[in-house]
Design a protein around this ligand. Structure first.
Ligand code: SF4
Ligand code: SF4
Length: 273
């Protein structure tokens, strides 16, 4: 299952800059791999031709946005994410933050980590103790873009599984257009014979990028969000259970996720691939 977001808003970008960025975007390894595998993808039968071009369109738009963000930051000193969103005002701040984290994974942007350690008083087993607490600060700057940059590609998600951070959510498997990924309760296998390295699985995997880091920075920008160390930024919390009898019979907990998905599918806000 995948939500396809189409047509980023490029208003305010000059036609020349937009064309240059789009031209470079279509040289991207994942986009070429996806495009060149069109016949195999359609043969796999998971998506039809219209959906194929919808996904391709969305991939090109996202990569074009990243190129524009990257070029805007070329020559800037290392900046914190909040500072970057003030420098790059062409896109919503949450897009820019996500782009920076993604660009770091692609190798365009270097992350500089600084730490500050302070002593704080904490209650441990009922006793107040002085402990050292380390805070991490991340700044980012664009590396000089190498000529062979287009050959950088995101690994399929086996790297996530091998790093033992996979949560077995199955997102990668549902988006893979050639059914190359099999996820079970405790295994993840990728069929290298059919994987064409489009990187879609890595892009959607909630454990592939530092979501936590991006979330903390989005929280700083959006003061309406509350913050939890466990779930990151949130607007509000509710406790609920489904009212649908057929979902009640098979639910794991409250059946809310299933009910929301059913609603979104009925309203055609989500597509099954
Ligand atoms: S396993 Fe990942 S990289 Fe390979 S084809 Fe599927 S989605 Fe693309
Ligand atoms: S999307 Fe990521 S976290 Fe989810 S099953 Fe795949 S590798 Fe694991």
């Amino acid at each position: 299952m995948v939500q396809i977001s189409k047509n980023q808003n490029f208003n305010g970008i000059s036609s020349k800059n937009l064309m240059d960025a789009t031209y470079k975007a279509i040289e991207n390894f994942q986009i070429r791999a996806f495009f060149e595998a069109k016949d195999e993808i359609l043969k796999a039968g998971k998506i039809n031709e219209t959906e194929f071009y919808d996904i391709l369109d969305a991939m090109i738009d996202s990569e074009t946005e990243r190129r524009l963000v990257c070029e805007r930051l070329l020559g800037e000193k290392p900046l914190f994410l909040e500072e970057i969103t003030r420098v790059v005002q062409d896109f919503p701040p949450e897009n820019v933050i996500r782009d920076i984290i993604y660009l770091k994974e692609q190798g365009y942007i270097e992350e500089i980590v600084e730490t500050k350690t302070k002593k704080v008083i904490k209650k441990i087993k009922g006793e107040e103790k002085e402990v050292e607490e380390t805070e991490f600060f991340y700044r980012y700057h664009v590396r000089a873009i190498p000529d062979d940059f287009i050959e950088y590609f995101l690994e399929p998600v086996s790297v996530v599984f091998d790093s033992k951070v996979c949560c077995q959510c199955g997102w990668c498997s549902s988006i893979c257009p050639v059914n190359a990924i099999t996820v079970t309760a405790d295994t993840l296998e990728i069929d290298d014979e059919i994987c064409m390295k489009c990187g879609l699985c890595y892009s959607v995997c909630p454990r592939s990028f530092s979501i936590e880091q991006a979330g903390k920075n989005i929280k700083k920008l959006d003061k309406s969000l509350n913050f939890s160390e466990k779930i990151n930024g949130y607007v509000n919390t509710y406790s609920a259970t489904t009212t649908k009898d057929e979902i009640k019979k098979v639910r794991q907990d409250g059946g809310i996720v299933t009910s929301i998905l059913e609603y979104l599918l009925k309203k055609k806000k989500l597509m099954l691939l």
